[in-house]
Structures are given as structure tokens and as C-alpha cells.
Design a protein around this ligand. Structure first.
Ligand code: NDP
Length: 264
């Protein structure tokens, strides 16, 4: 099966690490052009170097330093992509990270920050790129969300609630933007990425190896497939839903969790 992404333009927010970087790599391998963003200049240049060495020339790859919570920066990113391509076929709203907190230890400021990060990281890029998505004959948005949107966890109360709001927004968008732009979400369980690398680096027992630490995590959390997912496994689902291969799918969500969910 062909994804139909050849010669399409894909935009990835948070494309400099983990899942976003894997999406960029896979899209390039499918013949698409990719524009990505992240906040840190060093990570951005490393990601562009890495993708460039895999054969993507400047004609098919560009990156911009942009915080998706900064409205002006996001508008600037979209304007740059507009001048570069004039159209966007797929927007992957991926930028973000989780927050560990219970109800008792989440302050008002933390609630505001988390809702802002999760919701406005969807709203601002979509608003800025919508005219370019509408210029495509096959426009699509794939929202990178989390399984905790539908199965909240006690140590991430605030993030779970914010993720549920994103899931609700995805459904509204799929109706309001149809038939021109399809909107789907991917519910990520646990995927090895920059976030998990940072948690591994901060592990209490520094003698535990990476393999031991990740295997224990998967076992303790009861992941039926017995391991965390790889970034490229999440990327495959994200790109499929956003590609012409999924042309009759909108308003759907796809779990990529190794079977971790209990929801039917
Ligand atoms: P990584 O930390 O590896 O990647 C996050 C990416 O987002 C980086 O490129 C980072 O670059 C960028 N980013 C973060 N905040 C912003 C911002 N405000 N503006 C622009 N770019 C930003 O993490 P993952 O690959 O794991 O995360 C990708 C998405 O998947 C996130 O939304 C995350 O919450 C979600 N997710 C991941 C899970 C997992 O198990 N990995 C589980 C559930 C959800 P920089 O810091 O330089 O800006």
C-alpha cells in the first residue's frame, strides 16, 4: 500500500526529537517535503543535520525555531512555509511534554500552564496553517495526543484533564473542517523518546541499565506487548492517518500503546 505522501508537504511541530523527529524522517522517506519546528536552536540544527545526512536536501527540508505557545512565532513559521511551498497537505501537531502532578500538588499556575500547553499548542498552529491546509486537495491534521486522555492516571491528573480536552476538540474540528481538512488523533501510550530519556537519566538507581529500566517500566505498567514503543512505530500511525491512504477517515483516534488501554 502506498501512503500517497510523495510530493506532499508535511509540517511537524516539535519535530526535533522523539516522535516528531521520527515523523519527519518517515515522511521524507515517503517522498514528502517536511517543515519542522522546535524551541531549542541546538536541537533544531542537530535534527536538520541528521535528516539532511539521510538524503533530504534543502529543497525538501526546512526548520524554524518556534515555540508553539508564541502566537507571533507560529504565524511567522506558517508564513515561511507558505512562501516555501504555498500549500500544506498534513499538519502534525506534536509539540509538547507531560507534567507529573496530583490534584493536591497542582497549583493554579500549573493548571493554567498545562491547559495552555496542551490546548493552545493545537489551536495556534492549526489557525496559522489552516489557509495552507485548505489550499491542499487532501488537507489533514493529525493530533498527537495521549492515552491518558481517555484513561486518566493518578500521577498525571492535570495532564490527563488537558489531554481529554484535546480529544474533545479533535472531534469538533473533524466536523467543522470537513470535508476539506480531515482531523484525527493518535493516543500514545509509552513511546521511547526524549521525555523517557530524561526520566531514565534521572532514575534513582543509576546502576540500572537502559534495557533493565525500560523492561521494568513496561512490566510494572502492565503493557501487554511487554515493551515501550519505538518512535518510528508511533510515526507510522501518525503519518498513515494524515496521508491520502486514510482519505475516508476523520474524527477517529488510534491507540499506539502496545495494548495498554482497557477501554473497549
Ligand atoms: P520529546 O521530548 O522527545 O520531543 C518533544 C518535541 O517537542 C521536541 O522536539 C521539543 O523540542 C518540542 N517542543 C516541546 N515543547 C515545545 C513548544 N512549546 N514549542 C515547540 N516545540 C516544542 O518527546 P516525545 O516525542 O515523547 O513527545 C511528542 C508528543 O507526544 C508530546 O506532545 C508528548 O506529550 C506526546 N506523548 C508522548 C508520550 C511518550 O510516551 N513518549 C506519551 C503520551 C504523549 P524543544 O524542547 O527544543 O522545543
Amino acid at each position: 500500500m502506498s501512503t500517497g505522501l510523495r510530493d506532499k508537504t508535511v509540517v511537524v511541530t516539535g519535530g526535533t526529537s522523539g516522535i516528531g523527529l521520527a515523523v519527519a524522517e518517515l515522511a521524507l522517506s515517503q517522498g514528502a517535503s517536511v517543515a519542522l519546528c522546535g524551541r531549542d536552536a541546538g536541537r533544531l540544527s542537530e535534527a536538520l543535520d541528521k535528516l539532511g545526512t539521510k538524503g533530504a536536501g534543502e529543497d525538501r527540508l526546512m526548520g524554524v525555531r518556534c515555540d508553539v505557545l508564541d502566537g507571533a512565532a507560529v504565524e511567522g513559521f506558517a508564513a515561511t512555509v507558505g512562501r516555501w511551498r504555498g500549500v500544506v497537505d498534513l499538519l502534525v501537531n506534536n509539540a509538547g511534554q507531560g507534567r507529573t502532578s496530583t490534584f493536591a500538588d497542582t497549583t493554579d499556575d500549573a493548571w493554567h500552564q498545562e491547559l495552555d500547553l496542551k490546548l493552545m499548542s493545537q489551536v495556534r498552529p492549526l489557525r496559522a496553517f489552516l489557509p495552507l491546509l485548505r489550499a491542499s486537495a487532501a488537507g489533514a491534521l493529525t493530533i498527537v495526543n495521549s492515552l491518558i486522555a481517555i484513561e486518566p492516571v493518578p500521577h498525571m491528573v492535570c495532564t490527563s484533564a488537558a489531554r481529554a480536552a484535546v480529544q474533545n476538540l479533535a472531534k469538533s474540528l473533524s466536523r467543522e473542517l470537513a470535508p476539506h481538512v480531515r482531523v484525527n488523533s493518535v493516543l500514545i501510550g509509552m513511546i521511547e523518546s526524549g521525555q523517557w530519556d530524561r526520566r531514565f537519566a534521572a532514575r534513582p538507581d543509576q546502576h540500572t541499565t537502559r534495557e533493565q529500566w525500560f523492561a521494568t517500566l513496561a512490566r510494572d505498567r502492565g503493557v501487554p506487548l511487554g515493551r515501550l514503543g519505538r518512535a518510528e512505530e508511533a510515526a507510522a500511525a501518525i503519518l498513515f492517518l494524515g496521508s491520502p491512504a486514510a482519505s475516508y477517515i476523520t474524527g477517529a483516534s488510534l491507540e499506539v500503546s502496545g495494548g495498554h488501554s482497557h477501554a473497549i
